[in-house]
Design a protein around this ligand. Structure first.
Ligand SMILES: [Fe+2]
Length: 333
């Protein structure tokens, strides 16, 4: 269940209206890397973790809920940056000039320009945020990625936090308002915190590579195909041990065309850098499949299911702060 607390997680202060920046900030309200996308992504991912991985469920729901709190902060900031516009729109009979909102002509001009560039923002939202990006594209569930495997979803989330962080970083360059900068700094910093939280949760799952369950074919996992002519660059992505475990290394295929022809389209290709045999990889796939499948099956009750366990619930007395809420449970080992 959700309860709404009326105070914002971070107090927003805005010096003066700035419809131009309000428009840009919509990117983090209803854009592809914005707060709603993050909230919905972690929320949707959480359901499949509820029983088998309750600790990941707790993390995903906590961060999803924090992202909703950030959506609220962004919405409040946009509304304050458009302060006064709704009132003016309501004074429809008098067709009041916008001068009262904008304290000089240059700003008024700028405001009219913004209204012309994205008229729907003002004519439909009437001075509040709307669920679109800064270009007016409506928010879509296509922004959300949830693949039902925590090692995949957590990696998607690390990427999502990275993108959200850089968008805040860019946005901060388009406002001089110290209060707005402070707010964006807070939101940007929380993306860093979430990045680390997801990273730690991913490390907590072992093994977590490759993503999913099936191992790669050792004949192909360690090959680097040099697919370009001209000057080639070597580094840990195609040379030596790189990110592999001890005893393994990259196999650099200098001439991929020759490799394809001589191996008859990989039919006779051999493992170059992976010390596992195909048989060992297959065995590992089977073991991991069994382990992951067991984890999920064990968490399922045969019949008569309930989502919640109220007997283990926190509330001690109505109206009191939840009983054992402050006693964190350790993750089951
Ligand atoms: Fe975040």
């Amino acid at each position: 269940m959700f309860c709404h607390v009326k105070e914002l997680q971070f107090d927003v202060h805005v010096e003066e209206p700035d419809p131009r920046f309000a428009s840009l900030l919509l990117e983090q309200f209803g854009g592809g890397n914005g707060e709603l996308k993050a909230a919905m992504q972690y929320f949707v991912q959480a359901f499949s973790c509820r029983k088998p991985y309750p600790e990941k469920y707790d993390l995903l729901m906590d961060i999803a809920t924090e992202e909703l709190s950030h959506l609220e902060i962004v919405g409040a900031t946009i509304t304050m940056l458009l302060d006064g516009i709704n009132g003016e729109l309501k004074d429809a009979a008098n067709n009041v000039e916008w001068v009262d909102i904008m304290n000089d002509n240059a700003k008024k001009e700028q405001f009219i320009h913004e209204a012309v560039m994205d008229p729907q923002f003002l004519s439909l939202s009437g001075g509040g945020p709307k669920l679109s990006d800064s270009q007016g594209n409506p928010w879509t569930a296509n922004y959300v990625t949830a693949n039902g495997d925590p090692t995949v979803d957590l990696r998607s989330n690390i990427a999502a936090e990275s993108r959200a962080k850089i968008v805040y970083e860019y946005l901060m360059q388009f406002t001089d308002d110290p209060g707005v900068k402070d707010t964006l700094g807070f939101l940007m910093t929380r993306e860093i915190a979430h990045f680390k939280q997801f990273q730690a949760a991913l490390e907590d799952i072992q093994p977590n590579f490759p993503p999913g369950v099936l191992q790669g074919d050792p004949r192909f996992t360690h090959k680097y195909f040099n697919m370009s002519n001209g000057e080639d660059v070597r580094g840990p992505w195609n040379q030596g041990q790189g990110p592999w475990q001890n005893g393994e290394q990259w196999e650099y295929i200098e001439d991929p065309v020759n490799q394809v022809v001589s191996s008859q389209g990989q039919k006779s290709a051999k493992a170059g850098g992976d010390k596992k045999s195909s048989k060992e990889a297959k065995k590992k796939s089977q073991e991991l499949s069994k382990q992951r499948s067991q984890e999920i099956k064990q968490s399922m009750s045969k019949k008569g299911k309930n989502w919640s366990d109220y007997s283990a619930s926190r509330a001690s007395q109505p109206g009191s702060p939840s009983g054992d809420r402050d006693k964190p449970r350790q993750r089951p080992s």
